[in-house]
Design a protein around this ligand. Structure first.
Ligand SMILES: Nc1ncnc2c1ncn2[C@@H]1O[C@@H]2COP(=O)(O)O[C@H]2[C@H]1O
Length: 680
């Protein structure tokens, strides 16, 4: 705590309340980094990027150690050695350039706060290192580079495979039943078919075997291992079966037998994998979930439509009232019929023979069970997506009902509703901590840090103290919002919480609430004095009001106490600041009282003079003596208050020179002034 890093800067102390009241915005990554005032911003940026590169390279080196190739082939180990040595060389070069520029040492950089975001590491290919410029192949296409299953490249590839699978799923049934494949358009269909087959083939041969996987907590990136892993999976078997070239039988049956391509539908797992990946990646996964369920619903109706057309064709198009009458667009008419039966809308033509009865029974059963299930799923997804809003509405309605029942004033009710609305629009929840409760402690802390970083980085206390103070406190901070004019703390109340301003402004009011003593902005801290256990200052020293709408973080006395036990430097900083505020408030009060006294004195002098003039004729001699006495009395009172004030300012000067001021003396000074007033 005595190091230059952690003690508050002298300059800061000279400013009113350091820079607590008017904190400067600082980029999040610079939050607690000790900055060299001589280094200009350009070199700082360069330094940052170099540090990142160093970190990246160190990570690469670690990765090489973390993912040993087992057993290493000769060429692999040679490649590894060369890559490590080049990386170390790069590292040395970077370090030497850094030394020559005399930038802050990396040890200091280490102390800067950062939220850890572990990623699946993908090592660079040994080939890629050798190819330069335009010859460089994207990592995804490099057969020597393992593929990150969470990477963008792989998700894009999954999209392509899913598209091909969907094409097969829709078109095989369509072309097998409806007369949409004619000898004229067969080549186009073939081109599309074989394009999809090539995608399937590439997926099985080049992509899936390179997919990294987790083994005993480590990402395995050895392509031999990844290939082995893929081959062990059931998915591999399905992928291989899906490629069965049954369409070779076209030679015998002709290209109209599109049904021979049905094995292509077995690549269903990729379809699910794609949706899972999208669910993870997209900011609103509900869209993906609803999209997938709708896909199932439409696909089932599509199959139903195909079956209806096939049945009608088998019975004879237009041969009775039930079958498709071969009028209009065949697919649209059949799709319409299938939708009606599947959703049990009714008004379907009456079946006339056994096959038709069987078809209708199956379609209705499917409608009742499968469709009901799918539509229920959509309802659940929407309910989950809007649960927070529903709960919010229930809370607001419940509270409003309760207040109405109690017959509270309309203005108060409106205020409560206003608070609910504002808090909801700001936070989208009422209890932030309950949402994160299922996360492990460290992750919860990282999330909280990331979410509140922009505000917390502006708090001078956290800048001046070690990072661990911020880490210790971040989960204890409770967001609270206030409406315009709300009293956040009231003078004389017992203090239970201190506050950090997240957004908005707060006014520190004078004793009579007519004057604004200070305006506190984003990142400012207040309400700490009454929590510090200073003798005689256990109650709020001032009233603080929210200027407009404001969002604050509240920190309870217990949490502050337990944090200050382990962070003595923070306790010292808070004490210093409290000393400063108390001294300034005491001096201001003394000044005000003196001014008040002087005003009183001059008023009494004026009234005395006028009284004297009235009585002059009656008793001249006695008046002379009383004025003299009165004058002496006021002069002595004024001298006394002057002496008291000078003792205050002397004390002030003396105490500024000290590192910490014993507070009770300052309080006594204020008391002395009060005494002077009573004397007068
Ligand atoms: N003159 C001032 N300037 C800035 N902040 C103040 C001033 N006086 C009091 N405060 C803050 O207002 C808070 C009121 O509650 P506390 O006494 O706990 O802590 C107080 C300080 O944090």
């Amino acid at each position: 705590s005595t190091s230059g890093l952690n003690t508050p800067k002298v300059d800061d102390r000279k400013q009113p309340y350091g820079s607590w009241c008017t904190p400067e915005a600082t980029p999040a990554h610079k939050v607690l980094t000790p900055t060299n005032s001589n280094t200009d911003s350009k070199s700082q940026k360069k330094h940052d990027s170099q540090q990142n590169q160093i970190k990246g390279i160190l990570l690469q080196v670690q990765k090489v150690r973390l993912f040993p190739r087992n057993p290493p082939t000769e060429s692999n180990s040679m490649n590894e050695i060369t890559s490590v040595s080049t990386e170390l060389q790069d590292l040395k070069e970077l370090k030497s350039t850094q030394d020559t520029k005399k930038l802050p040492s990396p040890e200091k950089e280490e102390s800067s706060f950062s939220v850890e975001t572990p990623q699946s590491p993908v090592p660079s290919s040994p080939r890629q290192k050798k190819c330069k410029g335009y010859l460089r192949v994207p990592a995804f296409c490099d057969p020597f580079v393992p593929i990150d299953p969470q990477g963008r490249g792989y998700i894009s590839w999954l999209f392509l495979v899913t598209f091909c699978h969907s094409y097969n799923a829709w078109c095989i049934a369509l072309r097998a039943t409806f007369p949409y494949q004619t000898p004229e358009n067969t080549p186009y269909w073939m081109v599309a078919d074989y394009f999809c087959d090539i995608v399937y083939l590439l997926d099985v041969a080049l992509v899936k075997p390179r997919l990294m996987f987790l083994h005993e907590g480590f990402w395995v990136d050895n392509t031999k291992e990844t290939r082995k892993n893929y081959r062990k999976k059931l998915q591999y078997k399905f992928d291989i079966i899906s490629l069965t070239p049954l369409d070779l039988l076209y030679i015998h049956f002709g290209t109209q037998m599109v049904i021979l391509r049905f094995p292509r539908l077995l690549k269903l797992q990729t379809f699910w994998e794609f949706h899972q990946a999208m669910d993870r990646v997209l900011s609103s996964p509900y869209v993906v979930r609803i999209g997938k369920t709708l896909f199932y619903i439409f696909y089932l109706i599509h199959l139903n439509a195909c079956a209806y057309y096939a049945m009608s064709y088998y019975i004879g198009l237009g041969s009775n009232d039930w079958v498709y009458d071969n009028q209009g667009n065949a697919y649209i008419r059949c799709f319409y019929f299938a939708t009606k039966t599947a959703t049990s809308i009714g008004k379907n033509p009456k079946p006339e023979n056994t096959e038709e009865y069987l078809f209708m029974t199956a379609a209705w059963l499917m409608g009742v069970f499968v469709f009901a299930l799918l539509i229920g799923q959509i309802r659940d997804i929407i309910a989950t997506a809007t649960r927070a809003r529903t709960e919010y509405r229930q809370t607001v309605d419940g509270c409003a009902r309760y207040l109405r029942r109690l017959g509270t004033a309309r203005a108060l009710r409106r205020r409560v509703t206003c608070w609910f609305n504002y808090t909801w629009t700001q936070q989208r929840c009422f209890d932030e901590s309950s949402i994160l409760n299922s996360l492990p402690f460290n992750m919860k802390r990282d999330v909280a840090l990331a979410v509140h970083m922009s505000t917390l980085s502006k708090v001078q206390l956290f800048r001046d103290c070690s990072d661990s103070l911020l880490r210790d406190l971040v989960l204890q901070l409770r967001p609270v919002s206030f409406l315009p004019g709300d009293v956040v703390v009231r003078k004389g109340d017992v203090g239970h919480q201190m506050y950090i301003i997240k957004s908005g402004e707060c006014f520190v009011m004078s004793q009579d609430e007519k004057e604004v003593l200070a305006t506190l902005r984003e990142g400012s801290v207040f309400g700490e004095i009454s929590l510090l256990g200073i003798e005689g200052l256990r109650r709020r020293t001032a009233t603080v009001r929210s200027r407009g709408y404001s969002n604050l973080f509240a920190l309870s006395r217990n949490d502050l106490d337990s944090a200050l036990k382990h962070h003595k430097e923070a306790a010292q900083i808070l004490r210093l600041r409290a000393d400063q505020i108390i001294r300034e408030n005491a001096a201001r009060q003394a000044k005000q009282k003196l001014a008040h006294l002087q005003a009183k004195k001059s008023a009494s002098l004026v009234s005395d003079n006028s009284g004297h003039r009235n009585r002059r004729h009656s008793n001249v001699s006695s008046n002379d003596s009383s004025v003299a006495v009165e004058g002496r009395r006021h002069r002595s009172a004024s001298a006394l208050s002057k002496r008291r004030l000078s003792s205050v300012s002397e004390n002030k000067v003396l105490r500024r020179a000290e590192v910490r001021t014993p507070l009770p003396t300052i309080v006594l000074c204020a008391e002395a002034e009060a005494e002077a007033e009573t004397d007068a």
